[in-house]
Write a protein that binds this ligand. Structure first.
Ligand code: SF4
Ligand code: SF4
Length: 380
């Protein structure tokens, strides 16, 4: 890194300046803001758009924005979207084709340059989710060039969690609530008798140069320790936990468990969990033509393993039952993802719990599977 200062204390004015500085550098700043009764991710042009004084009330199948007396901007956990909305969009055109006067087709790849995003407020679990998608979509010999082009230009401002949600379990998954790299800037929000401050650290040269442009509050030697303490306290207040066992082994050893029937009786196979999940990456291709038949386009859109057609082979769908589809999703996230990509496919953000219309909770299912396995072992 350059010789510029790599840590600083900024205030609410410094946060507004951060958005201005990133915008002046040609970046589209995306961050949390309140829209339609939820804290969503959207373009920010002003510091006032951050959700100061708003928190969230979360439970399985339940989400409400609530006022907070302390005026905090980042005291809310994962909302309905994740950063994949921007890095791996829900729908995009891959190419279009036009028939010329001589009847031959010319194909044009959609190579519109991606925006240079700055993501403001990336939570530690979501930083890990981005790293997971980097491996899946951006790595290997057949990487997704569109994903790579967007990802390579992103400036990441991570925010550590001091206020875990009732459905968070990043501590169980080893993904939070502290950040441990992979960012350009990291912030920890502290509100106490000394005021509303953000302890900022640069993790890249660009991060250091952005930090140098921000109005700073006087240095406070005690702030890092206060910030660490708040994040450590958050680790002990997770709303959910996973069973403390090898989850990959648990999934492998419970494939025939009765619990899969129980969850299948509740699951609507709607696929909401896969849409909300920050690591789910599956897509489908759709070809469309206009009415003249002279113009065709190929679109890529998110697809869900809960869709009956997802596993359709010439003989029909491989996973016909809800049981087989929920089991495929959960065992992939918690088990076979390790075999494929070398990590868990779940980062403990809790979105699938909150946004499941019938409140199915992946941690509750894992605990139930673990209990069923233990009972089986006891009677064997
Ligand atoms: S677990 Fe919930 S969100 Fe996922 S498919 Fe089933 S009903 Fe839908
Ligand atoms: S499986 Fe659920 S808790 Fe895990 S990363 Fe996906 S949405 Fe988050």
């Amino acid at each position: 890194m350059t010789g510029e200062a790599t840590t600083a204390v900024i205030g609410v004015a410094g946060m507004a300046a951060l958005i201005r500085v990133l915008t002046a550098r040609g970046r589209t700043v995306i961050g949390p803001t309140v829209r339609g009764g939820a804290i969503v991710l959207d373009e920010l042009t002003d510091g006032d758009e951050l959700p100061y004084g708003r928190g969230v009330e979360l439970e399985a199948g339940h989400y409400r924005v609530r006022p907070r007396a302390d005026g905090a901007a980042f005291a809310h956990s994962a909302g309905p979207q994740s950063w994949k909305t921007f890095l791996h969009p829900q729908r995009e055109r891959e190419w279009s084709a036009d028939r010329g006067p001589d009847g031959t087709w010319s194909v044009t790849e959609d190579d519109t340059p991606p925006p240079a995003y700055a993501f403001l407020g990336v939570r530690p679990c979501d930083l890990r989710a981005i790293a997971v998608q980097d491996r899946v979509l951006g790595g290997g010999p057949h990487s997704d060039s569109r994903y790579r082009a967007r990802r390579e230009r992103v400036f990441l401002v991570a925010v550590e969690c001091t206020e875990p949600g009732a459905t968070c379990f990043c501590t169980s998954m080893g993904t939070g609530p502290a950040v441990d790299g992979g960012y350009d800037l990291a912030l920890t929000e502290v509100i106490d008798e000394a005021g509303h401050r953000f302890w900022a650290r640069a993790g890249s040269d660009e991060g250091a140069s952005v930090l140098a442009e921000l109005p700073q509050l006087p240095a406070d030697a005690t702030l890092p320790a206060v910030a660490h303490e708040k994040v450590a306290a958050a680790a002990d207040r997770m709303g959910r936990t996973m069973p403390e066992v090898d989850l990959r082994e648990l999934m492998r050893e419970t494939l025939d468990a009765d619990r899969w029937n129980d969850v299948a009786a509740r699951c609507l196979t709607c696929g909401n969990c896969t849409m909300a999940c920050p690591t789910c990456f599956c897509t489908s291709a759709e070809d469309v033509t206009d009415l003249t038949g002279e113009h065709a386009e190929r679109w890529r859109r998110w697809e869900s393993c809960f869709d009956l057609e997802f596993s359709h082979l010439p003989s029909g769908p491989v996973r016909e039952s809800g049981r087989s589809r929920y089991r495929q999703w959960a065992t992939h996230k918690l088990g076979t993802w390790f075999d494929q990509f070398g990590s868990s496919g779940c980062v403990g953000c809790g979105r699938c719990i909150v946004w499941c219309p019938v409140g199915i909770d992946i941690t509750e299912e894992a605990h139930a599977l673990n209990a069923e396995r233990a009972a089986g072992e006891g009677t064997a």
